[in-house]
Design a protein around this ligand. Sequence first.
Ligand code: PEP
Ligand code: CO
Length: 449
Amino acid sequence: MSRTVSKSDWHPASWQAFPASQQASYPDKAELERVVAELSRLPPITTSWEVDALKAHIASAQRGEAFVLQGGDCAETFDACTSEDIVSKLKILLQMSLVMIYGLKKPVIRVGRMAGQYAKPRSADTETRDGKTLPSFRGDLVNRSAFTPDDRIPDPQMILRGYERAAMTLNFVRSLVDGGFADLHHPEYWDLSWVSHSQAAEEYQQIVSSISDSLDFLETVSGREFHQTQKAEIYAAHEGLHLHYEQAQTRFLGRKGRESWYDLTTHFPWIGMRTAEMEGAHIEYFRGIANPVGVKVGPGMTREWIQDLVRVLNPHNEPGRLTLIHRYGVKRVEEQLPDLISAVKETGSPVLWVCDPMHGNTESTADGVKTRRFDNIMAELGAAFRVHKKMGTYLGGVHLELTGDNVTECTGGARGLTDGDLARAYKSTVDPRLNYEQAMEVAMRISGL
Ligand code: PEP
Ligand code: CO
C-alpha cells in the first residue's frame, strides 16, 4: 500500500495533488476559484452533530440492530426541486420504512439520495451526435443536458445553484418531518391499489393491516397520534463526485480539542465505483473527512484493493465510519460476493454491508431503452441475503434508485410492466428507477426476506 494514512498531511484541497477522474473541465478557472471561495463562506447544508448521529445509527446497523434504507433518484434535477417532488420522495421513503420496520422488527434508518445528488460519472468525456462532438452532460451541478455548445460548457455558477437547491430541498424535508406529515404513516392513506394485482396480494394485505393495527394500538395506548410520539429522521446522501463542491463545504468543527473535518454538503457521501482507485483524488478527499462514508463495490474489485480501501478509509476501525455498497448484478453476486466479504473480514474493520441491486442489473430493451427488471432486482437482493447469512455477516441495508411517482422505467412488479410500457412515462435522464408501486413492493418483499 503506497498511500499514507496520516492525517497531518491532509486538508480539504489536498485531493488536488492527485489524479481526479470524472471531473468537469472548466474553461474559466478563475471563475471556478471565485465560486469555490463563495461556497466556502456560505453556511453548511448539514451540521456536524447530525452527521455524528447518523454515524452512531450506522454503527448500530453494523451490529445488526438496525437496517438502512437508502433511496432516491439516479440524478436529481434542478427542475424537480418542487414541493410535489420532494413530498413524493419523502412519502415513499417513509412508507417503505414503515413496512420494513414491521417486517424486520428493527429500526430503519432512512437515507435519501437527495439534496445534492446532482453530479454524475459518465462513460465518456464527450458525446457525438450527427458528427458534432460536445462535452458529456455530467449532471445539473456541472452543465446542461441540451446538446448545444453553450449548454454543455461546464459552468461554475451551477455549483452555487446546486448548493441552493440542495439547501431548499433539505429545508423543506426538515419542515415536513417536524410538522408531522401525519397521514403518511397510516396505510389507510396509502395508494395500495396495485396490491390486488400481485400474486402475493394476500401476504401484502396482511402486512398492511398489521401495520394499521399496530399504529392504532400505539395511538390508543399513548393517547397521541403516531407522528407526535415519533419524529421521523431523514438523512441526506449523494455521490461525492464533484470534489470542488465537497471541498468548499468542508469545515473543521466539533467538541473542543476533538475537532474534525466534516463534509457538510450532506450527511453521508459515497464514492462511486468509477472513482474508487487507490491513487485517485476521491480516496484522498474521503480519507480526511469525519462523515460516515460509503463505497460502491462491484465486479473488478480485488481482495488487495478492497483491503487497501478499508485500511485507508477506516485506519482506526471506527464503528459507523464505513459502509460497503455492493452492486454485482444477479449473475455475479453469488460467485463474487463471498470473496469480497472474506477479504474485508481479514481487515478487522467493522463495515456496514448494503446491497445495491440496481446498478449491476441495467440492460437495454430491443428498442435500446435502458431498463432494469424487477425480478432481477429481487433475485440479487435475495442472493445477497443468502450469501451474507452463509458467510456469517449481516446485510444491513439496501440502496435503491426509486421515485414516489408513477413512472415506467423498470419492468415487472405487481402490474407486470413490459418493455412496451416503458415509453408511457419514462422520465429519468440517467438510470431507470423503481416507481412508487414497485418500490413499495420491494419493501414488502424485504420484509419477507
Ligand atoms: C449511481 O449510484 O448512480 C452510480 C453511478 O453507481 P455506481 O458507482 O455503483 O456505478
Ligand atoms: Co444510477
